[in-house]
Ligand binder design. Structure first.
Ligand code: SAH
Length: 252
């Protein structure tokens, strides 16, 4: 197995593949003003096993296309959607978010929790804009500096992992620059990292290592994840996941 396959195997049975929470997805929906609307077309990009997709399907009158490039995640999503009784509202699509083929101006909203970094924030907001109807909603969560100053070790770690890591004001400026009007921003609370994401992941480590017979590649992945968790425990006051909600506006 290559590294991506190992990562898929580590994460495939967990509820979510990044920090987040059902209440926080609902808060973003409120800020987006989508709950009262009817007959919506929505894409959930980098949906993983469907943590946000299921909340959207339960809360909205919408058809949701759930896109991910890892098929095992979509299989888990399908099973969860059936169990929750919302499968008919969700169309899983095995595709890369670098090569989306939605029709221009066809979507009422684009949702993407903890996944736009794979394209890079600026590229994602720029490229996805054309799929949104005028006034359409973009809602994304993204690694964000919470303060202007931070320890050098932390700064170096995240800059290396994700060169576009930045403050909320800088992210909002990127949205404005690319033709969006920001509607809301909030920070995911710590339980979205600890209880919802890191703890289930850590509980999965022993079975994952056993299944891969403690291979060096599997151990390296667990060590990388542990390093990230330790960094969060030490420096969590300086960084978080920002949830950004914006409306497409103007000509471009
Ligand atoms: N939204 C989910 C998953 C976040 S993890 C949640 O909040 O739990 C990021 C997701 O993006 C993973 O499921 C990964 O498979 C997917 N992904 C990464 N690069 C991608 C790409 N180029 N195209 C489509 N999906 C991608």
């Amino acid at each position: 197995m290559n590294k991506l396959e190992l990562l898929a195997d580590l994460h495939r049975d967990t509820e979510r593949q990044g920090p987040g929470g059902q209440a926080e997805t609902r808060l973003a929906l409120q800020l987006a003003g989508l709950c009262e609307r009817r007959d919506l077309d929505i894409a959930d990009l980098g949906c993983g096993t469907g943590a946000s997709t299921l909340v959207l399907a339960e809360a909205l009158d919408a058809r949701i296309v759930a896109v991910d490039f890892l098929e095992p995640f979509l299989d888990t999503l399908k099973a969860r959607a059936l169990e929750a009784g919302v499968a008919e509202r969700i169309t899983p699509r095995h595709a890369s978010m670098e090569a989306l083929n939605f029709a221009a101006e066809s979507l009422d909203a684009i949702w993407s929790e903890g996944a736009i970094y794979n394209l890079g924030f600026a590229r994602g907001v720029r490229e996805w804009r054309r799929f949104l109807k005028p006034g359409g909603i973009l809602a994304v969560s993204e690694l964000t500096w919470l303060t202007e100053q931070r320890p050098a070790e932390l700064d170096a770690y995240w800059r290396d992992q994700y060169p576009e890591v930045d403050t909320a004001s800088a992210k909002l400026a990127v949205l404005e620059h690319h033709g969006y009007a920001p509607l809301g921003y909030f920070v995911l609370p710590p339980h979205c990292w600890r209880e919802n994401y890191y703890r289930p992941l850590q509980e999965r480590f022993p079975a994952f290592l056993k299944a891969h017979r403690n291979s060096p590649a599997a151990r390296a992945i667990v060590e990388e994840q542990q390093q990230e968790i330790e960094l969060y425990e030490r420096y969590g006051e300086y960084f978080g996941y920002g949830f950004f909600i914006a409306r497409k506006c103007g000509e471009r």
